[in-house]
Design a protein around this ligand. Structure first.
Ligand SMILES: [Zn+2]
Length: 227
């Protein structure tokens, strides 16, 4: 018996009606537990329709963007060539080229922009967006595909405010930096992203960056593969 099935069995041992034979077996490899609702690969018609709608939203929000080559499991790869999303400048800290992201992340950042701007943020220094990787949390790599592999996640190493001061997550978060705490609150309160991973909720794997994740919902009862 697998360890997980054993735990479930132990937990339900007090119930006379427990049916251990119905306990789902743990899945192998990548599975859907960390994916957005309704997400599948290859993209469904619903996901492709959502991508079209997303591009129209980006236009409506005034973001200058270009289509980019798809990487990994990005549904709709886009670039923001000038790095500007709603008055906030996104600067790649390590990469030499403009980072590719899914349109859904770009729209989420555009919707977040007025809130970040009000919090005093003018620049966001990005560690990485797309990369093919598994979830790493609490110092352990989990057998779950990371949303970085979908182009939906962004790691941020520092934020610069309207006075030009840079608040660095690795150095300043532990000292209770107001800008960083404000950004964390702002992103979480916006409801646009999943809970931000920070040195507070994941001191081992996120001690030096904020991990932001867009959370599109592709659920649709009529989902069918698109080709
Ligand atoms: Zn991350």
């Amino acid at each position: 018996m697998s360890r997980r099935a054993w735990i479930v069995l132990v937990m339900s041992a007090g119930q006379a009606t427990a049916h251990p034979q119905k306990v789902a077996q743990p899945k192998r490899g990548y599975h859907a537990d960390n994916m957005p609702r309704g997400w599948s690969w290859p993209p469904t018609r619903t996901m492709e329709a959502a991508a079209k709608a997303c591009e129209a939203q980006l236009d409506a929000l005034g973001v200058t963007w270009q289509s980019a080559k798809r990487e990994g499991h990005i549904v709709d790869a886009v670039l923001v060539p000038d790095g500007k999303i709603g008055g906030i400048e996104y600067i790649a800290e390590y990469a030499t080229s403009v980072p590719v992201m899914d349109c859904q992340l770009a729209v989420a950042l555009a919707n977040l922009a007025p809130h970040l701007y009000d919090a005093g943020v003018r620049e966001v220094h990005v560690g990485s967006t797309y990369r093919w990787s598994k979830v790493r949390v609490g110092g352990k790599t989990k057998d779950l595909l990371s949303r970085h592999a979908l182009g939906l996640a962004m790691d941020v190493v520092s934020f610069v405010d309207d006075t030009g001061r840079e608040a660095n997550v690795a150095k300043d978060y532990k000292n209770g930096d107001e800008l960083l705490l404000d950004v964390e609150r702002t992103v979480n309160d916006s409801g646009i992203f999943r809970t931000v991973l920070t040195p507070k909720n994941d001191p081992e794997s996120h001690h030096d960056h904020f991990h932001l994740e867009a959370n599109p919902d592709y659920s649709d009862l009529d989902d069918k593969p698109s080709s």
